[in-house]
Design a protein around this ligand. Sequence first.
Ligand SMILES: Cc1cc2nc3c(=O)[nH]c(=O)nc-3n(C[C@H](O)[C@H](O)[C@H](O)COP(=O)(O)O)c2cc1C
Length: 304
Amino acid sequence: MKRFKFKKFIIALAPMAGVTDFAFRKICADFGADMVVTEMVSIKALDNKSIKTNNLLREESSALRACQLFGRDAEAINRVLKNEVFNKFDYIDFNCGCPAPKIVKNGDGCTMMKNLEKTRAVILALVNATDKPVSVKFRLGIDGNENYIQFAKMCEECGVSFLTLHARTREQGYAGNVDKTAYKKLIDAVKIPVLWSGDIKTKQDVEYAKEIGCAGVMIGRNALGNPEIFSTLKNKKPPYCKKQAIINHLKMLKTQFKTERTLVAYFKKHLMWYVRASKNATLIKQKILEFTTLKQIENLIDEL
Ligand SMILES: Cc1cc2nc3c(=O)[nH]c(=O)nc-3n(C[C@H](O)[C@H](O)[C@H](O)COP(=O)(O)O)c2cc1C
């Protein structure tokens, strides 16, 4: 079997539910992200042909494109992956790391690290249902059992092409630091490429991940309102300024949201992140919280 290999070291935008919409993914790719990953998408909802879920699969970026799925129903996986909507993606990523109570409660996300034999069947179903490389994103473990090495080996046996480790346990959530020693242990334990997810911010962080043998890094929270992180890390001239990124983001989202109310409620979150580094950020953020119309958002963008 031919092993999967990336053509170069990857600096990717991490999947973030409620954040990495198609417009933000496109903007991060414009700024130099080598790979972008959709928000996690429910296999069950796709199987039920949910329009809202289908919107999560809109993809217009110029980077490598990964679609992240979660769920456990092997038959649904088979049906869903036949959908031609997946043609535009380069990889199918599988979520085994989400710690959110509503996901864990259903036996999805991080819970997939509990019973490896059951999860093996799901991952095999995914690998067999598509011609595309399948990757798996996971954590150190759940319920005090740090079984990430064993879990990764199971994924490798199933024919998974690459792995992304977020080196925190389910119980840690997003708090504290990632366990930096875990990435090297994982790289030494498997033959397939490993991406580092967790606390990547500086060129030194990227260099360290490269040095220990990671095939790439993913950037999550440090990219919020900050697509420039990709051009900075890659020593690339930004394609446009932050204000233009905000304008583009809003313009693209207007084509997706059905009502002004839902768009305003959603975009306010991104706007708060975009203005984080502005002068008078606290004051601006207080103003944003009160916004109820697009006009208010557009007036603020004009003033930036
Ligand atoms: C708001 C938010 C949403 C997230 N949603 C997902 C998701 O849908 N799928 C996933 O695999 N990880 C998700 N993550 C985890 C990130 O992809 C990443 O692994 C984690 O935040 C650590 O990386 P960072 O320190 O660069 O943020 C999410 C993280 C945040 C903060």
